[in-house]
Design a protein around this ligand. Structure first.
Ligand code: GSH
Length: 242
């Protein structure tokens, strides 16, 4: 009897999304269990040495960790196509995925650590500058991988998905300010089924609530925004009942 592929993840985690996007692109069936990272199940340590997600079951009691390793493995065992065959092109894609990880670290700094408006603004500026660098040196044509969607597109998609929410927390606007080629790429990729299916329908609202629970400046701004929205909804309901 074959054992289904299983992903242990978290509803909002960008690394989990990479694996899910690959599974969807390949049309592979899987089961997904999302866990609470503030209250990790005891069994996580048995299957994930760093107690992180994603973890991926490839067979009975056989688990893989690290999103990059999982994604590349899945691509190889299902006929390839998401990474270039040429070693040099492959190395360049690896390098840009590493660059995307650097941008995700800046996003994490915004969510968890930037304590005031000026720290937030500096991080947003850094993100905008790095996006400009991507546009200049690794311009999508029309995908980052060329004619076909690839793993590097999946990785960048999980990063770009943060922008509307970060923009709501700051005066700087990443999404509206995207350089032309990146804006065109994002318009297409954000609607791709594998990308939309990698997160819950309520992703944006959940992300806002998640960040609003943090003590960072972005957290405080989004908590106020949430409170205003709730107040607006209460007033609307009261008006409808009057
Ligand atoms: N390098 C890892 C990073 C995974 C990661 O940072 N996962 C986060 C959730 S997005 C996590 O499990 N955090 C819990 C923790 O570090 O304790 C990968 O690519 O799989």
């Amino acid at each position: 009897m074959s054992v289904p592929y299983k992903i242990v993840g978290h509803r909002l985690c960008p690394y989990v999304q990479r694996v899910v996007i690959v599974m969807r692109e390949k049309g592979l069936a899987f089961e997904r269990t999302d866990i609470d990272l503030d209250n990790k199940p005891f069994w996580l340590q048995d299957i994930s040495p760093g107690r992180q997600v994603p973890v991926f079951r490839i067979g009975p009691d056989d688990w893989l960790f690290e999103s990059g390793a999982i994604a590349r493995y899945l691509d190889r065992v299902s006929g390839g196509g998401l990474m270039p065959d040429d070693p040099l092109a492959q190395a360049r894609h690896e390098a840009w995925m590493g660059y995307a990880d650097g941008l995700l670290s800046i996003v994490a700094r915004i969510i968890y650590r930037d304590a005031d408006a000026s720290a937030l603004s500096a991080s947003m500026t850094e993100l905008a500058e790095r996006l400009k660098t991507i546009d200049e040196r690794f311009r999508p044509r029309p995908y980052f991988a060329g004619e076909a969607f690839g793993l590097v597109d999946a990785v960048f998609a999980t990063l770009f998905r943060y922008f509307p929410v970060l923009d709501a927390a700051s005066d700087a606007k990443l999404e509206a300010g995207l350089p032309g080629a990146l804006a065109d790429w994002w318009t297409v990729v954000r609607r791709r089924a594998s990308v939309t299916d990698a997160v819950p329908r309520t992703y944006e609202a959940e992300l806002i609530r998640f960040i609003a629970g943090k003590e960072s400046h972005a957290g405080q701004v989004l908590a106020q925004l949430n409170a205003r929205r709730q107040e607006g909804r209460r007033e609307q309901t009261a008006w409808l009942r009057r």
